[in-house]
Design a protein around this ligand. Structure first.
Ligand code: GDP
Ligand code: MN
Length: 388
């Protein structure tokens, strides 16, 4: 789950990571009032779950309450398209109005889980700002890395090493090392998967501040992070993913291809994505239906895939172990009764109760494209998507 910048900054402030003064507005008039309270010179920032706002016109530096109102008016109610959003963009329903800071240096600081090392890693760079991806690509040596052993936390020497690496001046050293240690405390306490400050700025008057803030949270920890869950803004999320979740389908992830997939098991579902790609196609979604043995859940999953306008063909690939293939077959037949499925449907069933499953499909009279193995199913799905 993602948080907005303003929410991330509130949490950072609670944990002792300094942020600029500011407040959120949902109307231009509110933006004007906040700007006036902050002395007029402010930055108006679109609050969306995507980076790249600066380059997309979502960040406006203005010098009066009047201009702040105008900037808010231009942003609120629109959809912002950045290189991270896709062409449909994300809605701007809130802006953050902050004191404009006089930036001397733009640095980079983040913490993520390194899946290979199995540890959190702090990354820091002097080359912060809007092009960190480019820095990572072309001059990765400019990004310092420090692995953290969760039992130890951020040792003082490590925070100092990173702060030196950022070339902080002697008088900023204490603030810098505390900021790094405090960001890690937040990361750990809130079960983050990412905490990023880009840019971490040094101001003309020597302060070290988080000018931008991003926090992502590990959904596996949501059961013990009720306060974090309350930050969720579903307006920023994909509507089909929201619908899937509301129906208890936790494992649906929207992708940008044209073949809608219904698979059981996360490993098989991942393999389906790979095989479709090998065969020259692309999946429209990831969906692990799991071991549910409830035809109604199958109908709902098919309904979600069917309502995705990008889907040109459906691929149902089930290897039944605990899951029964006859339940899937029954769900597929019921789905055809309940909704109009216009796209071709490729089905491959194997494993538990496959004879019963095949019989249900054979007797259904439905025009399905059947496949007896995985590769054949992928090839048929790719061909069907290209044709329709
Ligand atoms: P992002 O593009 O979505 O990552 O949005 P950021 O919050 O990082 O803003 C993009 C850029 O706007 C930053 O790298 C800064 O250069 C600039 N910026 C943000 N806040 C301020 C500010 O208070 N004053 C000034 N002068 N520039 C700012
Ligand atoms: Mn940024």
């Amino acid at each position: 789950m993602k948080a907005h910048e303003y929410q991330a900054k509130q949490l950072m402030a609670e944990f002792g990571v300094p942020v600029p003064r500011g407040s959120v507005a949902k109307t231009p008039a509110e933006a004007r009032k906040i700007a006036a309270d902050l002395g007029g010179k402010v930055v108006v920032k679109a609050q969306v779950h995507a980076g790249g706002r600066g380059k997309a016109g979502g960040i406006k530096v203005v010098s009066s309450p009047d201009e702040a109102e105008q900037a808010a008016k231009k942003l609120l109610g629109t959809r912002l398209v950045t290189h991270q959003t896709g062409p449909q963009g994300v809605p701007v329903n809130t802006v953050l109005v902050e004191e404009a800071i006089n930036i001397k240096r733009e640095l980079y600081l983040s913490i993520v889980i390194d899946g290979v090392a199995g540890l959190p890693v702090i990354m820091a760079s002097e080359a912060g700002g809007m092009d960190i991806e480019e820095v990572a690509r072309t001059t990765p040596e400019k990004i310092l890395k420090a692995y953290i052993y969760p039992g130890q936390g951020v040792r003082t020497y490590l925070a100092r090493k990173l702060a030196y690496g950022l070339n902080l001046a002697q008088e900023q050293m204490k603030a810098g090392t505390e900021l790094i240690a405090n960001l890690y405390k937040l990361f750990q306490a809130k079960d983050c998967s990412l905490a990023e400050i880009n840019p971490l700025v040094v101001t003309a008057d020597g302060r070290v501040l988080a000018a931008d803030a991003k926090l992502n949270f590990d959904d596996n920890a949501s059961y013990r992070q009720k306060a974090v869950e309350a930050l969720r803004d579903i307006a920023q999320e994909d509507p089909l993913e929201v619908e899937a979740k509301s129906k208890g389908i936790e494992n649906y992830i929207k992708l940008d291809g044209s073949i809608g997939c219904l698979v059981n098991g996360a490993g098989l579902a991942m393999a389906v994505l790979d095989l479709l790609k090998q065969e020259g196609g692309n999946a429209a979604n990831f969906l692990d239906i799991g071991t549910i043995n409830d035809p109604e859940r199958v109908v709902q999953a098919i309904g979600i895939i069917n309502s995705d306008p990008n889907v040109k063909a459906m691929l149902i690939n089930i290897f039944g172990g605990m899951a029964r293939t006859d339940v899937i077959a029954q769900g597929l037949v019921t789905a055809h009764k309940k909704m109009e499925i216009k796209v071709p449907v490729v089905v491959r069933l194997a494993g538990t109760n496959v004879a019963q499953g095949d019989k249900i499909l054979d007797e259904s009279g439905l025009k399905l494209i059947r496949a007896s193995n995985f590769r054949e199913a992928a090839q048929k799905a790719v061909a069907a998507a290209k044709k329709s």
